[in-house]
Design a protein around this ligand. Sequence first.
Ligand code: IPM
Ligand code: MG
Length: 370
Amino acid sequence: MPTTKKILILPGDGIGPEVMRQVRRVIDWFDKFGDIRFEVTEGLVGGASIDAHDTPLTDATMAAALESDAVLLGAVGGPKWDALPFAKKPERGLLRLRKDMGLFANLRPALVFDALAEASTLKTELVRGLDIMIVRELTGGVYFGEPRGIEKLPDGSRRGVNTQVYTTEEIRRVARVAFDLARKRGRRVTSVEKSNVMESGLLWREEVTYVRDKEYPDIELAHMYADNCAMQLVRNPKQFDVIVTDNLFGDVLSDCAAMLTGSLGVLPSASLGAADRQGRRKALYEPVHGSAPDIAGRDIANPIATLLSFAMMLRYSFDDGAGADLIEKAVTNVLNGGVRTADIMQPGKARVSTTVMGDSILRELDKLGH
Ligand code: IPM
Ligand code: MG
C-alpha cells in the first residue's frame, strides 16, 4: 500500500495563489504517478486570513498545520495591510507558524542554474556553478526576544526595544542541522555572528565550536563576522559551502545570497523543527520571494521557487530524493530549453506566463517519466 502524506497548502497573498495553482498541478501529477499519495487541504494565511477572519492565522489553521505532515506556503503581505497594528499584520501569521511549529532551522539554498548564470548582477564567472546553503536560526534571537516594545518616556519621547537572546541549546541544535547538511555536501561550515560586539555572538561562536569539536570533527569550521560575510558574499561567493547564522543576520544574508543568483523567482526554502522519535520533523516549505503585490493577478509570476519548495518537501519530509531530483531535472530542462517567465527573461528566450511555465514543467515531467 502506498503511504499517504497530509499537506496543508497556504497560498497566502499577492502572487501566492497563482504560483500555488501551478504547483498544485505538479502535486497532483505526483499523486497520480509517484509512490506517495497526497491528501491536500488548503487554508488561509496573512492578508487573505485577515480579510476573512480578522486575524493573520486562525487557531483552526494553526491546528491544521500542526497535524499535517508538511506545510507549503506561498507568500504573505501587501500594501493593503501595511497600516495595521503590529500584532495584526500578515507577517505575524508566518511568524506564528514558525514559532508554534518550532521551526528553528531555516534552509535557504542559493543555487545558480547554468541557464541563468548570466542573469546575476555579478560577473558570470563569479556565480556560475554557485551552490551555497544558508542555515538561518528561525525561532530565536531578536525576532522573538523579550523585552520588546515601544515605550513612552517621561519627557514624552519614545524608546523602542528588542532583545537579541540565544541559549546554548538553541545554538547547538541549529549548528547540528548545518553540520549534518555539510556532511552531505562539501563538509565546510562558516558560522556567522558579531562576536566582536555582541555577547550573544560570542556565545554563538563558542557553542558552534563546541558542537563541531565534540560531534563533527570531520567538518571544517570557519568563523566570520556578519559584515564581512556580506562583503565576501558579493566578492567571492563560491568560497562558501554551508553558512550557519542567527535569525536577523540570516534574514539579511539570505536575501543577499539570493540575489547573487539573479533570480529570486527560482529560490526555495525549508523550515524544519526538531526530529521526533521516528525521525520526523515538523516542516514548512516556502519560496524565498515575497508576495510581489505589484505583479499579482497578472499570470506573469514565476512558479519555480514554490515548485522547488515542494521538491525540498519531497526530499526532507518524505524521504523522496528521486522525486525531488525529477522536479529539479524538469525545471533545469525547461530553463535550458529557453522558457522564461518575465523575472528571468533574457534576450532571445521565450517569455511565457505563469500558467505556460506550469504547462512546460508538466510536459517535461511526462517526458522524464513516471
Ligand atoms: C523572510 C521574511 C520574513 C522574515 C518576514 C516576512 C517576516 O523577510 O522570510 O525572510 O523577516 O523572516
Ligand atoms: Mg527576509
